[in-house]
Design a protein around this ligand. Structure first.
Ligand SMILES: [Cu+2]
Length: 160
């Protein structure tokens, strides 16, 4: 009974390791117990290998691009920070955090994102910079009305 369970466990574990070693490139562990290695020692190694594999998974995913956060401040109908265009790299995960002393409706051209920002209530535009280029960001209205369409600033997405 116990023997059977152990055999099943070993079968499951070795099947897992065959799959994982294919990915990781470790062939040694998949051969099963050698003559001078007990089944228990082999099982221990296989289990340890599985743990190592799972421990590595978050590291692999962590190598993706980090989220870029840019604080943008508007005062007297002008972008005062950042002083120049908002510069990003293509593929960046972006979060533009807007603060304004006056209500306005923002329009990020190209990406075609719109956002109403109220004074004292920061607004967020979150997106992936999938397209490179120089995109104007305009206001579609200040306060309760008024339709300005002069670029407030530009979003510059640089190719990799
Ligand atoms: Cu517009």
């Amino acid at each position: 009974m116990v023997e059977g369970t152990q055999r099943r466990l070993a079968a499951i574990l070795s099947a897992e390791v065959v799959g994982y070693s294919h990915v990781v490139g470790v062939a040694e562990t998949t051969k099963g117990p050698t003559k001078d290695m007990s089944r228990r020692t082999w099982l221990t190694q296989v289990t340890a290998f599985s743990f190592v594999f799972y421990a590595l998974v978050p590291t692999v995913f962590a190598q993706k691009r980090p989220r870029r956060v840019v604080e943008v401040r508007i005062k007297n109908r002008q972008v005062i920070a950042p002083a120049t265009a908002i510069k990003l790299a293509e593929g960046d995960l972006v979060e533009l955090r807007w603060k304004s002393d006056e209500q306005l409706e923002l329009h990020l051209h190209g990406y075609d994102l719109k956002l109403v920002v109220l004074p004292g209530e920061p607004g967020v535009m979150a997106f992936r910079a999938f397209a490179s280029g120089r995109f104007p960001i305009t206001s579609h209205g200040w306060g309760d009305g008024g339709h300005g369409h002069e670029p407030l600033t530009y979003l510059e997405v640089h190719p990799p």
